[in-house]
Design a protein around this ligand. Structure first.
Ligand code: ATP
Length: 415
């Protein structure tokens, strides 16, 4: 007869070996990551950022604070401390971070590595000295009321060539994320503060793949709206349809912000228009689109034609009907050509504009939640299966209009 002790240990055996296997896998992962130098110890990051000192804080977004740091080998880094509670375990976090660290393109911020230390999860990025586009474009207005700090006149540093290069670079980065990367990534939060500039003013898209790192959103699909006011496509806001074409919409908003120096969500240039998109559209229809140009831009000759073309491209990207928006690959082609004939944009999607869900665009939704969109199987939004529905479309409007926006323009997330 089996002794009770043996009986019990035999019973526990399979569970133990699963647990052992899991721990081993975790250790293996850590070893591989350490070998590839993607795994940073908490001590390294703490000492690089002077114990996450306030003076090293670059800013704080919806996912937590970001600190500037310097590694012992002299490399400058930006460390994002993920403060939002994520139900993702250490192993899943490391898996995702590993995948994201392999996302490499000239116009995407490099994720150098990560750190999982107890409950703390941190992401380590290359540091980009010109920081984010919003600081360059919009800080002027926000800060001069009180002081003339170092951001005061930064908008003037962005001449038209730099702005055009930002537009072209971000477009290429998005083609990579949507179509050419080893995992398809719909960014979901393209905006001026997620476009960073390196020392040579090369634009880099930041905050990609956050949906992969916060899979708990899948369980909150009726209430969770990621994205930022003023940048979100109407079909995403109203029906939760997330697709590559939602990124195209946000890109269009950034293009018009770059040209005008105006922020879409806080627009107040024209009493008759609720936002930058409406203003740009009205002027375009009257053949006066150049009136939106930022007065700090001194434009002559060919540049004027190029700006005109970019306004039209911006409006094409912001069309209310997602099926009319060009894919990013086409945008890159349009930008690489001499200003010529482009199709006429239809009405853009902005609050109060007549966005109606056409039967075609309603087909674009699938049942996959937004968090999975980052690995949605096919590319570029050309096929319907990249369109992802986060919401029960019947209840979407009420769920989506109720939350109050946060001061930073981020939609609140009901946990
Ligand atoms: N790699 C980096 N190099 C330099 N500055 C950075 C880097 N990453 C982030 N920052 C700065 O830190 C600030 C906060 O970044 P973060 O991405 O967390 O927030 P955000 O984009 O403003 O908001 P959200 O989380 O809503 O997207 C940014 O405005 C940017 O200026």
């Amino acid at each position: 007869m089996t002794k009770p002790f043996n009986f019990l240990s035999n019973l526990k055996k399979p569970f133990k070996s699963f647990a052992d296997k899991d721990t081993r896998k975790e250790e293996d992962l850590e070893k591989i990551a350490a070998q590839e130098q993607k795994l940073f110890s908490f001590e390294t990051l703490s000492s690089a950022t002077k114990d996450f000192h306030q003076s090293n804080k670059l800013g704080e977004g919806g996912f937590g604070p970001v600190y500037k740091g310097k590694l012992e080998d002299g490399r400058e880094i930006a460390v994002k401390k993920l403060s939002r509670s994520s139900r993702q375990g250490k192993k899943e976090f490391m898996n995702e971070a590993n995948l994201l660290a392999r996302v490499q393109h000239r116009n995407i911020v490099s994720l150098l590595g990560y750190c999982a230390h107890g409950a703390e999860k941190l992401l380590v990025y290359e540091y980009l000295p010109h920081e984010s586009l919003d600081k360059l474009l919009f800080m002027y207005r926000m800060r001069t009321v009180y002081s003339s700090d170092r951001h005061s006149n930064r908008r003037e540093e962005l001449d038209w060539k730099k702005r055009f290069d930002v537009i072209a670079g971000v477009a290429k980065g998005l083609v990579y994320l949507h179509e050419d990367c080893h995992i398809t990534i719909i960014h979901r939060d393209i905006k001026a503060s997620n476009i960073l500039l390196d020392d040579k003013w090369v634009p880099k898209i930041a905050d990609f793949g956050m949906a992969r790192l916060f899979p708990e959103d899948e369980t909150h699909i009726n209430t969770r709206v990621a994205g930022t006011n003023g940048y979100m496509a109407p079909e995403y806001v109203m029906h939760g349809n997330l697709s590559a074409r939602a990124d195209v919409f946000s890109f269009g908003v950034v293009v018009l912000e770059l040209i005008s120096g105006q922020k879409n969500s806080t627009f107040n240039q024209d009493a008759e228009s609720s936002c930058l998109l409406e203003w740009a559209w009205k002027l375009y229809k009257k053949g006066r689109s150049l009136e939106i140009i930022d007065p700090t831009l001194a434009l002559i000759g060919e540049a004027i034609e190029q700006v005109k073309m970019c306004i039209q491209i911006g409006l094409l990207c912001c069309q209310a009907d997602p099926t009319l928006r060009p894919q990013m690959r086409r945008v890159v082609v349009m930008l690489s050509k001499k200003p010529g004939s482009l199709e006429e944009p239809q009405r853009p999607g902005y609050p109060g504009s007549r966005y109606r869900r056409t039967s075609r665009s309603s087909h674009l939704g699938s049942s996959r939640p937004a968090a999975s969109s980052s690995n949605a199987g096919s590319s570029g939004g050309s096929s319907s299966n990249t369109y992802v529905s986060t919401f029960n479309t019947n209840s979407a409007t009420s769920t989506l209009t109720s939350p109050l926006p946060r001061p930073n323009g981020k939609q609140p997330i009901e946990e």
